[in-house]
Design a protein around this ligand. Structure first.
Ligand code: SF4
Length: 394
């Protein structure tokens, strides 16, 4: 990461969650750093963070800046403090960059007051849900083990009643019925869907593979792709599919899932500490730490203070096991967390390598684009010096 690179921010306004999902990489995959942090981000820390973001926007000259409110569960801050945070962000940053605000919530605490705050401050909304009740509630439970589905769909119903667009963020469930899940999301009225690959590593993947076979994610996603492609639901954006199409057409990946793109975003925790790519929590306890805090450091210091995270933000080198792969330029090893093993660090192909190859092959067939054509298009775009991407990934 160059110190003048533009950045976007994942703002952890709450370091606790009212749910306790079994696969959560924040709380249930070995990282314990959340335990020592304040439950909620204070106004003082939020204000200090905005000052640092402002300085970085001026330094980088970036024209837009996105703040995504995350947790834990971000609605734990309450609607009043959240409204103050949104207003403060627009006031502090609005004259140096266009401010994009978003929230990723489990949706269980949405009520009329929350919906009106989100509307008033123009906040984009993502709701986490894994499917119909039986599927969702097998993993997305509260601290007493009770399923979250009923509360989430109550929140979604409120958003629909109020005409508020929302996307659904879902984690791929190996072995579950993919079309049942996908059609449920369409019925719920989401305007976009994201299907995330599970955040396992080479150290943890064994059981999943022995239970569900060599390509559980491709087995899940390919039927959804065809349903999306052939059944008139292309108006619902599925980020991972758009992105696959984008790189196959010679463009640059915009998602962490593939392509090893530069990740110019930083997490800021409730105590003001700057943190790297969130999913690296699934690799090793404390791996996201940068030893920098908005109370006394600028974001530009990351390049010097944390060479590992600076390198992660620029994209780590291709794993040696991917060098001969026909998708080495498009896939580029997959998501960093899925490359990790305690033996080799990040020098492994993704645990989802076979799934990714199957997905690429399938999407290539549907688009009718060969590896050679991808390469020709990528080279032509590079030679023209053109921005390689024209498709909108929302
Ligand atoms: S498909 Fe597999 S071998 Fe090819 S780049 Fe991706 S992870 Fe590496």
């Amino acid at each position: 990461m160059r110190s003048e690179s533009g950045l976007n921010y994942i703002v952890k306004v709450a370091s606790r969650c009212n749910l306790n999902c079994s696969y959560c990489y924040v709380y249930n995959q070995g990282d314990t750093s959340w335990r020592g942090r304040p439950s909620l981000m204070s106004r003082e820390t939020f204000t200090a963070m905005l000052g640092r973001i402002r300085r970085h926007c001026v330094r980088s000259g970036q024209e837009t800046v996105a703040l995504a409110f995350h947790g834990g569960e971000p609605t734990l801050v309450g609607p009043a403090r959240f409204a103050w945070m949104c207003a403060a962000a627009r006031e502090e940053l609005g004259d140096v960059a266009e401010v994009i605000l978003a929230i990723q919530t489990n949706g269980t605490r949405l009520d009329h007051e929350w919906v009106s705050v989100l509307r008033e401050h123009g906040v984009q909304i993502g709701v986490s849900l894994d499917g119909p009740q039986e599927i969702n509630d097998s993993a997305r439970v509260d601290h007493k083990g009770q399923g979250s589905y009923a509360a989430v769909v109550r929140g979604i119903a409120l958003l629909r009643e109020e005409g508020m667009p929302f996307g659904i963020l879902s984690v791929v469930r190996p072995g579950a019925d993919p079309l049942l899940i996908h059609r449920h999301f369409l019925e719920l009225g989401s305007t976009s869907i994201s299907y995330l690959l599970p955040a396992d590593t080479h150290d943890t993947i064994g059981g999943l593979r022995s239970e569900f076979g060599p390509t559980p994610c491709a087995d899940f996603l390919i039927p959804i792709f065809d349903d999306w492609w052939f059944n008139s639901s292309l108006d619902v954006s599925i980020r991972e599919f758009w992105n696959l199409g984008l790189v196959i057409m010679g463009g640059s990946s915009r998602l962490e899932m593939i392509g090893n793109p530069p990740l110019h975003f930083v997490c800021v925790e409730t105590d003001g500490s700057m943190q790297g790519l969130d999913k690296l929590r699934a690799c090793e306890d404390g791996m996201t730490g940068m030893e920098l805090n908005v109370h006394d450091a600028d974001f530009a210091e990351i390049a010097q203070a944390s060479p590992f995270h600076a390198a992660v933000m620029d994209g780590l080198p291709l794993p040696s096991g991917c060098q001969a792969c026909p998708e080495r330029e498009t896939c580029a090893g997959g998501h960093l967390s899925n490359r990790y093993s305690s033996a080799n660090g990040f020098d492994n192909p993704s645990i989802w390598c076979l799934d990714l190859l199957a997905l690429f092959a399938h999407v290539r067939t549907r688009l009718g684009v060969t590896h050679e054509e991808t390469e020709r298009r990528r080279s032509a775009l590079r030679q023209a010096g053109a921005p390689p991407v024209t498709l909108q990934v929302s």
